[in-house]
Write a protein that binds this ligand. Structure first.
Ligand SMILES: NC(=O)c1ccc[n+]([C@@H]2O[C@H](COP(=O)([O-])OP(=O)(O)OC[C@H]3O[C@@H](n4cnc5c(N)ncnc54)[C@H](O)[C@@H]3O)[C@@H](O)[C@H]2O)c1
Length: 375
């Protein structure tokens, strides 16, 4: 199958949404897959490609976690391109990550083109360590690669009773506000905040309305797209996916989303000395490493006051928000990350859906490494 996305964003979920026009990579008759089976399979293949055992587990776990949470754009569907890139050396199986700068609570890490999840996890480990000492820890990363679903890294701060924040620059897919040529990534950011008895709040978004993959899919299916998804080459909203593919993606929230994408590019890219715009490689460009920048931050809530009081305040805020009178047709008010967390529990129990086309491709890659998908 073709690339699911040239950029990112989009998942298989959520209300309220435009009826049936939003297209997901999981389209027809999905196969139900068990998380532990898929994870062990992916890990074995990554190990076969030379990735050390612990790192192979981490990358596999991050992919499967995305599927469990319903973020299917960042799950198994990414496995083929991840394997292809590590095989070709565009992602290094054994990166030599190095600290190349930093002072006090900050550190600058050169990710040496390792898997984004491996480099991002190392960044969060360092950020948490710094936050234990200083109350806050910030790790800027250069020479990173695709970071997957950013919530995975941000949530690594939660067991330490810290707030985790992750940002990443991506290859350009959006025009600057008022422009007609894509120069800005859809630059995702995630913030994970612990609560007391309630589940953590995990907000994780990209700055484009939808992933470019949704336009590719609509083009293949010959369907139109909502006029809020993309701009044509003249910068006009379009319902034609092909015109959108020749043009640029629409940011969320108009000029504010465009501004947010720029801020993430600065904090999650330029700050680490990473390139901007065309200097950031597309995951499907097999001619060069991606050279992406990331920013990983941990805030120790105890450094700002009483941790129990904060956690209680979080619970109180969540309860108050969820108790808001609801609009017609809305059954529940969700906190960011709550729906994904609930889905994760269900899918851990029952398995998660994968399109047969994706699964066929995943299995075929396994055969190349002598790794069989269990019957
Ligand atoms: N690695 C990369 O380069 C890259 C690039 C872009 C996107 N991504 C990833 O793509 C994924 C999807 O991004 P997206 O922008 O499509 O996310 P989204 O629009 O599906 O969700 C954004 C946020 O809104 C929350 N949300 C959704 N519906 C809600 C509701 N009804 N009530 C309350 N909260 C709700 C979600 O919990 C989430 O935190 C993310 O994991 C992101 O990190 C990665």
């Amino acid at each position: 199958m073709g690339p699911p996305t040239g950029d990112d964003a989009g998942a298989d979920r959520f209300l309220p949404r435009p009826p049936a026009r939003s297209v997901s990579p999981v389209t027809t008759d999905p196969v139900v897959v068990r998380a532990e089976v898929a994870r062990a399979f992916c890990q074995a293949v990554f190990e076969g490609a030379g990735v050390p055992r612990a790192d192979a587990f981490l990358v596999a776990d991050a992919l499967i976690d995305a599927d469990l949470r319903g973020v299917s754009t960042h799950g198994l569907v990414r496995f083929p391109i991840y394997v292809t890139r590590v095989r070709q050396g565009l992602v290094k199986a054994k990166p030599e990550m190095r600290v190349v700068g930093g002072r006090g609570a900050t550190v600058l890490l050169d990710g040496d083109h390792g898997f984004g999840q491996v480099v991002g996890a190392e960044g969060m480990r360092r950020a948490v360590g710094l936050a234990q000492e200083h109350g806050v820890g910030v790790c800027a990363i250069r020479n990173g690669t695709h970071l997957g679903a950013l919530a995975y890294i941000a949530a690594m701060a939660l067991p330490h009773r810290m707030i985790g924040l992750t940002m990443s620059i991506t290859n350009p897919v959006m025009a600057p506000w008022g422009g007609v040529v894509p120069k800005v990534g859809n630059n995702p950011l995630a913030v994970a905040v612990p609560a007391g008895a309630r589940p953590p709040v995990i907000f994780d978004m990209a700055c484009s309305q939808v992933a470019r993959g949704n336009l590719i899919l609509a083009s293949k299916l010959g369907t139109s797209i909502p006029s809020t998804w993309a701009l044509d080459e003249q910068g006009r909203p379009t319902e034609d996916p092909n015109a959108g593919l020749r043009g640029s993606l629409m940011p969320v929230g108009g000029h504010k989303g465009a501004g947010l994408a720029l801020v993430v590019a600065i904090l999650g890219g330029l700050l680490a000395g990473s390139p901007f715009g065309a200097g950031c490689g597309d995951i499907f460009d097999m001619t060069r490493p991606q050279r992406l920048g990331h920013l990983v931050m941990a805030l120790d809530i105890a450094a700002f006051g009483s941790a129990p009081v904060f956690l209680q305040a979080m619970d109180g805020m969540i309860a108050d928000l969820k108790d808001t009178p609801r609009a017609e047709g809305v059954e529940e008010i969700w906190m960011p990350g709550e729906m994904e967390g609930r889905r994760r529990e269900e899918r851990l129990r029952d398995g998660f859906p994968v399109s047969p086309a994706v699964l066929d491709e995943v299995r075929a890659i396994g055969r190349e490494f002598g790794v069989q998908w269990p019957a």
